[in-house]
Design a protein around this ligand. Structure first.
Ligand code: AMP
Length: 207
């Protein structure tokens, strides 16, 4: 099964993607993670991506489509994959359609009023675990692997506002795009916990 995970920043895509990949044995492909590792390694793609990420804007389509196309040409995706954070524009969705067969677009719907607090209080670990400061009680390391937690550079109020604007203008139209292809399923997250959201996600995927 080849799945797209759609949702505003802070909808919980990363958390759900990790769980989906584990349970359904699909390969988790996150363009945000790919850009962050390029930035860490100081590659040309990383240098270019950083200025856009810091401004809350989309990395140019040509660069983004190329890295996804390259990733999907690897043998390990043959049993299915989950795209987390791609496509993020109609152009990207149309390009994706030229080199991939998508079965389902799973849209995580979240109340945008909750997003600012969710993201600005988010602390992440290099192992992929995500926390919120309100539940950490002062701990600075990951309960799962013991590594130091950190705040992503783009998880600050100014950049989050720009990321939300970018989502509304560039990415939200994809909901109608995949609905028109009868490939859309929406899970309403509301105030649900990650476990409750995952239960709803599994109900969709098990159909
Ligand atoms: P994420 O980790 O998915 O929140 O992505 C972090 C940032 O990486 C985004 O705010 C964008 O600047 C960039 N990015 C990730 N995926 C894409 C994409 N599909 N197209 C363009 N930029 C992207």
């Amino acid at each position: 099964m080849n799945i797209i995970l759609l949702g505003a920043p802070g909808a919980g895509k990363g958390t759900q993607a990790t769980r989906i990949a584990q349970k359904y044995g699909v390969i988790h492909i996150s363009t945000g993670d790919m850009f962050r590792s390029n930035i860490k390694e100081g590659t040309e793609i990383g240098k270019l991506a950083k200025s856009y990420i810091d401004a809350g804007k989309l990395v140019p389509d040509a660069v983004t489509c190329d890295i996804v196309k390259d990733r999907l040409s690897k043998a390990d995706v043959i049993g299915g994959y989950l795209l987390d954070g791609f496509p993020r524009s109609l152009f990207q969705a149309e390009e994706l359609g030229k080199f991939a067969d998508i079965d389902l677009c799973l849209n995580l719907e979240v109340d945008t009023a909750l997003i600012m607090d969710r993201i600005c209080g988010r602390r992440v670990c290099s192992c992929g675990e995500t926390y919120h400061v309100s539940t950490l009680k002062g701990e600075t390391t990951c309960a799962k692997c013991g590594n130091e937690l950190y705040r992503r550079d783009d998880d600050n109020p100014e950049t989050v506002k720009a990321r939300l604007d970018t989502y509304n203008v560039m990415t939200a139209p994809l909901i109608a795009y995949y609905a028109a292809q009868n490939k859309l399923a929406t899970v309403v997250c509301g105030n649900k916990t990650p476990d409750e959201v995952f239960e709803a996600v599994c109900a969709v995927l098990d159909k």
